[in-house]
Design a protein around this ligand. Sequence first.
Ligand code: UDP
Length: 373
Amino acid sequence: MKFLMVGAGLSGAVIGREMAEAGHDVTVIDARDHVAGNCHTERDPETGVMVHVYGPHIFHTDDDEVWEYVNRFMSFEPYKNRVKSTTQGAVYSLPVNLHTINQFFGKTMRPDEARAFIEEQADTTITDPQTFEEQALRFVGPDLYEAFFKGYTEKQWGCSPTDLPASILKRLPVRFNYDDNYFFHRHQGMPRDGYTPMVEAILDHPNITVRLETPYDPSMRDDHDHIVWSGPLDGYFGFEEGRLGYRTLDFERFTAKGDWQGCAVMNYGDRDVPFTRITEHKHFSPWESHEGSVLYREFSRECGPDDIPYYPIRLVEEKAMLADYVARAEAETNVTFVGRLGTYRYLDMDVTIREALDTARAFLKSDATGAAF
Ligand code: UDP
């Protein structure tokens, strides 16, 4: 069969590879001039630092098969994401852990004491938190919420945390020990030469043709048996039901000598600091050594028609519109919608790859039984 992958990010590359290995003919197109979507990396020409062009991407997973899959195409270096937050005039460790709690409240509590202390602060009348704010007030109480989450979240999402779902905060743990690893997955690392060569390696197969700077055109359907769409779901339907809301990011790049901030990611919790975080890219490749340094100040704002979509907002309005688009997507024949943009979900890279492998397997199973997919 002839497949067209629209989008050369993780979804398109992994599904394309699986189908190519099964003997199918695969074309992968992307409107941009590089593969790897928003996890694209490139070396900064001035400093030689590996830059995460669309913001930091740290690979972490509990899925052994996904971990083996990515390691097949690129060797990974050990990397632990340790994030700091500057707020109310001090620097703290994230995710909120025993060090953060003791430092913030000027105490020397042991784990059980801290647990009891936070439980006293927490609003225990909230039994089933629905919103971001309820989740925060229930699990960390008002002071830590104000310092670390309220301002940051208002900047990141452009709305009140009372309008956001609790699921966004559930991404972050609260720890009553000194473990400051941002992620709790068993596998964590960075691709040695960056994500773009990893995706190029996935796409490097005789049955795969990659065409960059090639936007999708509906006439391409005529030449292919099946389309795998990893572009924006609403974009496929010409935005006929309206535009699904996204946040986009602006990066203000600056350079420095040596080590400017001492860590890869410094979040800024105060509402009056306009950016959400500063990333110092050399720290994402701690096995390399560079004299110069490249940093990005990260600003979040509403995504316009010509901007790059990053975070799906999924508020009430979007959910109703999404239901309409999902119904239309399900009614399409010979088109499968995949990935963060194609399914309008906040997906980590490992989940994207897991779903891509599952989608490819479902294709192959249908192909073997002659069923439509
Ligand atoms: N968050 C926050 N303060 C922080 C870091 C995160 O309030 O210092 C909130 C914010 O709303 C964010 C969410 O927690 O969107 C999830 O954080 P994560 O670090 O997973 O965000 P990502 O790296 O995907 O932008």
